[in-house]
Ligand binder design. Sequence first.
Ligand code: PEP
Ligand code: MG
Length: 973
Amino acid sequence: MKAKTSKSPQSKKPQAQTRQKAKARQVKSANKHVAKKATKSLPRKAKRVAKKAAEPRATLSKTPRYVYAFGGGRADGNAGMKNLLGGKGANLAEMAGLGLPVPPGFTISTEVCTHFYAHGRRYPTGLREAVERHLAIVEQRLGRRFGDPASPLLVSVRSGARASMPGMMDTVLNLGLNDKTVQGLIAASGNERFAYDAYRRFVQMYGDVVLDLKPQSKTEKDPFEEILERKKHSRGVTLDTELSAQDLRELVAEFKAAIRERKGVEFPEDPYQQLWGAIGAVFGSWMNERAIVYRKLNNIPEDWGTAVSVQSMVFGNMGLDSGTGVAFTRDPASGENVFYGEFLMNAQGEDVVAGIRTPLPISALAQENPRIYQELVKIRHNLERHYRDMMDIEFTIERDRLYMLQCRVGKRTGAAAIRIAVDMVQERLIKPAEALLRVEPDQLNQLLRPTFLAVEKERAVREHRLLARGLNAGPGAATGKIMFHADDAEAAAHRGEAVILVRVETSPEDIRGMAAAEGILTARGGMTSHAALVARQMGKVCVAGCDALVIDYAAGEMRVGTDLVLKQGDALSIDGTTGEVFQGSIPTEPSEVVRVLINRTLSADQAPLYQLYAQLMAWADRERHLRVRANADLPDQCANALAFGAEGVGLCRTEHMFFGEGKIGPMREMILANEVNDRRAALAKLLPLQRTDFEGLFREMAGRPVTIRTIDPPLHEFLPHDAEGQAALAQEMGIPVETVRDRVEALHEFNPMLGFRGCRLGIIYPEITEMQARAIFEAVANVIQSGVAAEPEVMIPLVGHVKELELQTRIVRQTADAVMVEKGVRFKYAVGTMIEIPRGALTADEIGRVAEFFSFGTNDLTQTTLGMSRDDAGRFLIPYVRELEIYQTDPFESLDQRGVGELIRIAVERGRGARPKLKLGICGEHGGDPESVKFCHRVGLNYVSCSPFRVPIARLAAAHAALGAAASGGEKA
Ligand code: PEP
Ligand code: MG
């Protein structure tokens, strides 16, 4: 099969082959670039270290390696080792290798996770020794010992999968503290309150994460939070920071007592026991419910596993010369080339993300601590030059010293992805081919998303419906009903209602509700809070940190200001581009790109986002091999499709035209006719109407290929099924209502999708095909006579046997000949078929001798191959996909490559075997799904066809497919 798939028309041309090889080199070298080019921008010492890190190392023993050290200017791993070290571990190693100030530590590989789950949650032999050996290295580097009461080493234990899964898995901080070592921390910090605060946080985290005391439902409370609240109440204070060292010490004891009481176990004082407990919990969290849901939503395979990074602690809460922050090397919402982030002095990392205190913008650090700020700015530039991408970093300042705790490629909105990609080409950091790969095809959806209708928004402001402002965390406009809980949001969305999920702040438990909502609004948290990060990644509209809201979950309401109360179910609108929150619903309007291309209400030079989009699309068109057409039935749809870059119509469903003005009447007459002559009379009324429709299509498409499919759906779909409708039709046609009812009953089928439809209609009633062919060819002749080129492709649906196609083709060709003579015009046309039932695919060698083209109707081909009705499989397909993972994705959305794809391969091979120049396309919904588009490229189709708004997505996916094939050295499947 592989040899055959390389037969794409492009790969046959020697010139194209050279181009492809060059491209392969370009993309391959792009992948290596991080390791190479980066070193150019770094100080010499860093270069030496980076080189050392990248060099293969002699293996010390024959046992497999499970643990990789980093820190102190060197590392065993690097950024290219994400599969083994997870994103976090690999980037910590990379930063350490670059000589950046990374607190030393080590990473336990994802292979251990895989082993853990394959062997009943047991570790591989030798792991324990390896971990202890690496801990000893850290001890040596820092001159502190794990469990030493005088100078204790404390560590964090964090998860880190190959792909980022923000907040989905567990973390334990301050590990190594016990009643003895806390004394060492007091001595080292000179701050008893700080040490006991660290200790009580550790016991709480350990209890929640390792000993499983975390609340399981939305009504349950965290036992530690309850104890903390009681303590604050008894001390008459409201903030944690107002508790004294003595209060915190008491809390430690009370937390431990709660563990004893609820779990019947003692909190472990032994740091090694703590460490292994935490490592086990982090590996265990790979299988927690929210991680599983997140993986499904993001197509992350379960067998990737997570790595565990154990890293020496640094503290941002050691006083006013300490602090912590998160930043992006560019604005992740707009893509603008500015340093973007937030920090808090005298705080722990979780304080920034959780939104407990409102952080300051990163620019304010320039005043707060200019030296650290400059150091950070330098790191920002170095990291961008090194990774040649926008990075997301986490840092801590401990007593005036800067430490880098994390860096990874930053998540960004669709608009930011495009801006950064195009800007980086202009800055000569990357080549256009790489820029294309930096934008996920589905991200383009975000550019095509609506904003509020300006007049309606102004009216909302005039009517004082602008309630509040928060942070513009996820662009776009959304309007819907308020829901305060994730599961209520999910249920409402399931009922078809648009929802705005309103939370004080979100947590990973809310992930399903966020996915179901149109928009997300939070009262607390910054641009890097959970809500903001996850919403951007999902492409959701989000306003975060809107602190004017007072939300009362128990009452199911929120208060804005003093007298406005909004309840669950009330309408709310949020503008994620400006951060505004409005009462009531506000109609939306299309995006900038849509306004330039479709509505033509904005000129391109006034639309900077459109310009970036246009640049990216131009690059995509240069790379792709697949052509992209649109499924369009009407001239205005064709116009949209062309504006989005379609190169033809891949499917015109003619039956959609029958519902247009004046057509349903004659259509019904045709269906109700008993005699062929009556049927012909009705068809004669339809002919001019269809001809006019086709003329419209051909004129709009101006010579581009237009595939017109003969009638396909079962005829009962055109008749009224209710008594009232049938009575009205009978009256209109002057016939007894019984006649209508009898015909509806006669046409009734138990499974109409497998019934009297597709080419079967035209075979039993050849006059229908004849009328449609005549309408098409007369339209072609008229259009050509008016000076516009037209070249139709007539497509016969649901063919399973070559004789079906032969019978229909004969009618089409005879009609074409007749029209050419009658009109005195010669025109070119093609007759082909849809491949949408398995027999058609399997006998493609026979069918290919008659058909001039195949278009894969993968909606029906999926239905008929899987034996699943496309109309009502949803009932069991949801658990099939989400819970049972029988299919990784809904096979009606993304092609089942193993099953349906195999039939496509067979049909391609056999069809081209019979007719080497056979034109091949796809017109099922899969034609706009990026993964399916890539499959189409690999099997050597000539084009994909999809709905007009998905055309840009298909163009970019086709470019990705070509670049991916180039990078892997050819067209291999
Ligand atoms: C198909 O089956 O994939 C197709 C495009 O045809 P329809 O959806 O109209 O059945
Ligand atoms: Mg079909």
